[in-house]
Design a protein. Structure first.
Length: 446
């Protein structure tokens, strides 16, 4: 959805270069159809993050420790990450509507099953099912955007999709948390599952994979079987832009994900001495900051593609600094510092979306889902690893958050080293592809 301009000064010229033959028209109908797909992702994120506000309740309900609690999110993310490449291949082959339908059915059943789980094992199985359905949403929404909007709108469309996801996180933080303490566990989770039924009906009635007249060419008969699948994955992986996108996503997303998905509330309550209400407000601040920063980052990247890497690395550096400040502060950190930390964490999600802006111009239309799936694995693998590390370290050190939260820096160091290694190779390949597309006067979608 976004192509790469090698010159940040090419404001209007860059936009013109992105308006290439074969672009979908966009417009009101595109917004309406795409909004249905975004609504599905919105609900998926509500379900995904609902455990983040229910972590302490889950400990009491299932009589588990910190490591067992982290297993909920780890299993969910393990399934999510493991599904990304298969889902990308399915989206490329079956289209958005069919894959989203599977996803909605699975994550709705998972949320309903979690509501009535009477044992730890049953709850784990429900979260795994939820993760499987959730995994089918975001890549499908990205693909829907490339089919309905012109390429120049790509960065903003992607950031708006991420913003909708953070709005789902906000609903989880505000509404699910209150429902839990108002109507109880079963009513809160079972009631929320009705949102899945609603978006399923809307999608079946109104969602279309592409505008009329922009049908993709039918896949050749030879594009089937295990050999073809392996070739699709290998071709996407060979592109430096795909790998750079993965490492950008890996390095930027996970600190905020770990904080919002599970460990933020216990850290603020147990280590910082805040009330649940105040802690919930700080989690809400992360989500609100994410939504604001997402709009800003989307505008910047749409106008100046050379800003992608500075924005990503700048976010990593700011996150590292503000993550350290509260955990090394003697005693409990002051409220102003916790507020600044949460605002900076809000930039992690928008920064991770930049990863897709490296992968899109590197892959042709028939590999868009596969390339996006590879990128999307990055942040979730990092989140899963860190969730486990924090839980294990908390149990091993007697709930020492200073030690446990330091695990973040190991993964940040790995990710930054890979970004620096791949950046020049990806930029060179992107320039060559853009020049070739202009010479041939054909559209190479990003």
């Amino acid at each position: 959805m976004s192509t790469a301009s090698s010159s940040g000064s090419a404001g209007s010229a860059g936009s013109a270069a992105l308006s290439l033959p074969g672009d979908p028209p966009g417009g009101r109908r595109a917004i309406a159809v795409w909004s249905i797909g975004v609504a599905v992702y919105f609900v998926a994120v509500i379900f995904r993050t609902s455990l983040g506000v229910a972590g302490l309740d889950a400990v009491e309900r299932f009589h588990i420790n910190a490591s067992a609690l982290s297993t909920f999110s780890i299993l969910q993310l393990l399934v999510y990450a493991g599904m990304q490449i298969p889902v990308g291949l399915l989206v490329d082959r079956l289209g958005t509507k069919k894959v989203l339908t599977f996803g909605v059915v699975l994550f709705t059943i998972g949320q309903l099953g979690f509501a009535f789980s009477s044992s730890y094992g049953m709850a784990l199985a429900s979260r795994a099912l939820l993760g499987c359905g959730d995994a089918m949403t975001f890549i499908s929404v990205l693909r829907l955007g490339t089919r309905w909007f012109p390429a120049r709108r790509g960065p903003m469309v992607a950031q708006l999709a991420g913003l909708a996801g953070m709005a789902g996180n906000l609903i989880s933080t505000l509404v699910i948390a209150r429902l839990l303490h108002g109507v109880g566990w079963e009513a809160a989770f079972a009631g929320s599952s009705l949102a899945g039924v609603l978006v399923l009906v809307l999608m079946l009635l109104f969602l279309k994979d592409h505008p009329e007249g922009f049908e993709p060419a039918p896949m050749p008969v030879t594009h089937k079987g295990a050999a073809y699948v392996r070739g699709q994955i290998a071709a996407a992986w060979r592109e430096p832009g795909t790998r750079l996108g993965l490492w950008v996503h890996f390095t930027t997303q996970f600190p905020a994900m770990v904080f919002l998905l599970l460990w933020g509330l216990p850290f603020l309550v147990e280590a910082q001495g805040l009330s649940r209400g105040t802690a919930g407000e700080l989690l809400t601040l992360v989500v609100l900051a994410n939504m604001v920063v997402g709009l800003v980052y989307g505008q910047i990247v749409a106008r100046h593609h050379t800003a992608r890497l500075p924005l990503a690395l700048g976010t990593v550096g700011a996150t590292a600094l503000l993550w350290a400040a509260p955990i090394v502060w003697p005693g409990q950190a002051p409220m102003w510092l916790l507020v600044v930390m949460c605002v900076v964490l809000g930039a992690c999600g928008p920064a991770s979306m930049i990863g897709f802006d490296f992968a899109r111009p590197a892959n042709p239309p028939e590999r868009q889902g596969t390339g996006s799936g590879i990128v999307n694995m990055g942040g979730f693998v990092a989140s899963m690893t860190t969730l486990l590390a924090v839980g294990v370290l908390l149990d091993a050190t007697g709930d020492n958050y200073r030690v446990a939260f330091s695990a973040v820096y190991v993964l940040q160091a790995v990710g930054v080293s890979q970004i620096l290694r791949l950046r020049r190779r990806a930029a060179r390949a992107e320039r060559e592809r853009l020049v070739a597309s202009r010479v041939a006067s054909v559209h190479v979608p990003a």
